[in-house]
Write a protein of this length. Sequence first.
Length: 180
Amino acid sequence: MPLEETQFPPDKNYTVDELFIVIEEMNQEIIKLGGKRDERKWLEGALRRRTQELSERMKELECLRNLLRLSLKLENPFERGAEEMIKIIKNAWQYPEAACVRIKYDDYEAKSLNYFNGGAKQIEPIMVNGKRRGEIEVGYMSKKPYVWQGPFFKEEAQLLRAISLLLSLLIIRNEQSRPH
């Protein structure tokens, strides 16, 4: 397929398998082009961008996997695993070194040591049985380039929703296991 006909919409949500197919197609195009320098540079840049996107999606999946593991390992991850939860969540964002996290529900609050109440942030409510019981917040301590919603990827907003849902389920589990 000629390069002009090869379209990879940047706003499409690719699955991991689709990203691998895109990368392979781009590799094949690079091989076919041989000496066509400008097109080759474009393809190499596109390949780097897609590889970076794949890496970000892998970090997000790893975050959910690690949070699930922690929640299965500990009876109450909020009391014993708060620091670990914060670390796992921070590492899933594009700039983990600049990310700060806060989890709050009822009278409980945990936050990263570098928590900064300012700058760009994403907030997702923690809903339990239809009631807002708290929120999870991820922000950056310093200015970062605009991506989708400020410096955040659309997929990071989706990840934050998934984490919020997981935290809601953990709260329900903890409340059901408490002696009445």
